[in-house]
Design a protein around this ligand. Structure first.
Ligand SMILES: NC(=O)C1=CN([C@@H]2O[C@H](COP(=O)(O)OP(=O)(O)OC[C@H]3O[C@@H](n4cnc5c(N)ncnc54)[C@H](OP(=O)(O)O)[C@@H]3O)[C@@H](O)[C@H]2O)C=CC1
Ligand SMILES: O=C(O)C1=N[C@H](C(=O)O)C[C@H](O)C1
Length: 274
């Protein structure tokens, strides 16, 4: 069911307010047409607690960073959450109780945590994606096409590189790329993924999808899917040079959720690529 678009601004709260993505999101929300920053959450141990969410930009938003989830969400229509799986699950419980929609960008969830998110989406609108950039979601479509066309005779490897602070591996985007390729080939990623190689591994099993992870410096996020055949290689690559694309995608997803009922949505739904 599609809900009518209201003239009122979308009131958006941001979790992980002092994180890399949190700050990017706060800036994007406070500059976005038809949106207002309605709350900002962080851990009680954060030195930012009690300060204005845009103080670091040299201006005031009126939203104070708080660790009190009820207080941080009391004026919000949507919570954008880029934190850690345990943080997202705590925020989910409060959003569910208060009827606040969620845009979830956090990666590294267990299957059980994903099932809880799906269950909550029967009550609130949730848009969850490991990568909110338009480019990556277009690449996922290209990968589906490439995998179907290159289903015989090509070894498939997913290679990703991120900054030194990233805590989960492979990245959520790399896993999503693997899922798309596996589905296109009629394989189950859980059965065919190989996460890193060491020692005497034996020859490559053609039915596997390999993953390689690089961590270092300030790399925002690079992803390549390699189809290695005999006599040729095809590489489909996406490189992020700024986190702003993730923040803009999240704002777009927040607006989208305001037009939808409860349900679990993807970036394909937001972008009309479904
Ligand atoms: N979907 C997408 O497009 C993208 C997804 N991501 C994902 O977003 C997540 C965050 O990335 P990034 O911003 O770089 O990470 P940061 O570590 O910079 O920020 C995380 C924020 O969440 C807070 N936090 C940590 N643990 C908890 C918790 N248990 N409860 C509540 N808040 C918590 C941190 O607080 P403190 O600093 O006090 O620890 C910090 O403010 C990662 O999972 C990453 O993979 C990132 C970019 C794009
Ligand atoms: O942690 C990051 O930085 C990123 N995480 C996401 C992921 O795990 O795929 C998206 C992007 O690559 C940046």
């Amino acid at each position: 069911m599609t809900f009518p678009v209201s003239d009122s601004p979308v009131r958006i709260a941001v979790a992980g307010a002092s994180g890399r993505m949190g700050r990017m999101l706060i800036e994007a929300v406070s500059q976005a047409d038809g949106c207002v920053l309605a709350g900002a959450l962080d851990l009680p141990t954060s030195p930012a607690i009690g300060s204005d969410a845009t103080a670091w930009l040299g201006r005031s938003s009126g939203a104070t960073i708080t660790a009190d989830l009820d207080r941080g969400l009391e004026h919000a229509d949507v919570l954008i959450d880029f934190t850690r799986p345990e943080g997202t699950m705590a925020h989910l419980a409060v959003c569910r109780a208060c009827g606040v929609r969620m845009v979830i960008g956090t990666t590294g969830f267990s299957d059980e945590q994903k099932a809880t998110i799906r269950e909550a989406s029967a009550e609130i609108g949730i848009m969850m994606a490991p990568n909110m950039s338009v480019g990556v979601n277009v690449v996922l479509k290209l990968l589906d096409m490439a995998a179907r066309a290159l289903s015989q005779g090509y070894d498939i490897e997913v290679i990703e590189a991120h900054h030194r602070h990233k805590v989960d591996a492979p990245s959520g985007t790399a896993l999503a790329m693997g899922e798309v390729v596996a589905a296109a080939l009629g394989r189950d990623l859980k059965e065919c993924a190989v996460y890193g190689r060491e020692g005497v591994t034996g020859e490559r099993d053609p039915s596997t999808i390999g993953f390689a992870t690089v961590r270092g410096g300030d790399i925002v996020g690079d992803h390549t899917v390699l189809f290695a055949g005999t006599g040729e290689r095809i590489e489909i690559t996406h490189k992020s040079s700024s986190r702003v694309t993730y923040a803009q995608g999240s704002v777009r997803a927040s607006r989208f959720l305001m037009t939808q009922g409860p349900g679990l949505y993807s970036m394909n739904d937001v972008l009309g690529l479904a």
